[in-house]
Design a protein around this ligand. Sequence first.
Ligand code: AVI
Length: 320
Amino acid sequence: SPDLSHSDFIQLYRRDDEAIRAELRAGMMADRAMTSPKFLYDALGSKLFEAICELPEYYPTRIERAIFDTYLYDIARSVGRGATLIDLGAGNCAKAAYLFPLLQPLQYVPVDISVDFLKDAVEALRQRFPQIRMTGIGMDFSSTMELPSAVRREKRVFFYPGSSIGNFSPEDAGVLLGRIRDACQTDSSLLIGVDLVKDKAVLDAAYDDALGVTASFNLNLLVHLNTLMGADFNVRDWRHRGFFNEAESRIEMHLEARRDLTVHWPDGLRRFVEGERIHTENSYKYTQPGFQQLLERTGFSAAQTWTDERGWFMVCHARA
Ligand code: AVI
């Protein structure tokens, strides 16, 4: 039977409910109401996002997987064996696990905000790959990339798939990439998935699908806000908006009031007029040279890249 002593879990993040409420109140009271996309992911939100990844219109997950399928050996050759594979926003760890047979990492370090969320997935992986040391870390890597000493320093490979980098503004993405770069040691690198600019109709459909799953994902934010800040949002008063803003090169998601209404929470309220919006997410789309420049600006060397034949999505391996 596998050596189960070969793994551990380290929880570094402590949720601060008052800080969360303060952040949400500030966003609600801004001239243009907004919330951070991280609040889209309560338990139901995470399930709805998994459903989005199955939608015919939502191409990024499928195309990224196809790129990994097609170029698996090239990517594995570029990354090399025996890495310390650090999986940023690991979730169910499935994307990294797909690479294990070829990459044969010495240590796998899934990072997510909650280790509880990682435990089942890591437990199952340990059974399949008993030779890989697994160290689950509960950490908000958008605010720090300081890794505990249990993480091997040699040959760190940061794995950041799914184009989650797109949910940061280019400026914040630069800060995050810079932090990853600073956490790199000798012979370290970054393997990242990036969604690319394409036809507006394709992008609009990917974020406003016919079944309304993305609409549910966005509207569920209001249910989450009711829990987090004790607000009285009525989901039926709001509609989903998701579209590509070409000037900003980003998808924007908003929730739009269907009528004049007032939302209350214990120590405040906000009036919305019909058509007024809460901005809930941006998803930036890059050009290949644009993203390469961002990588180089943050201290990475020119990356090796792989794309699908339509050039819709890109996987980059950049050395520190
Ligand atoms: C998680 N992230 C990369 C997704 C995206 O495409 O920006 C979140 C998402 N929002 C709506 N659909 C998917």
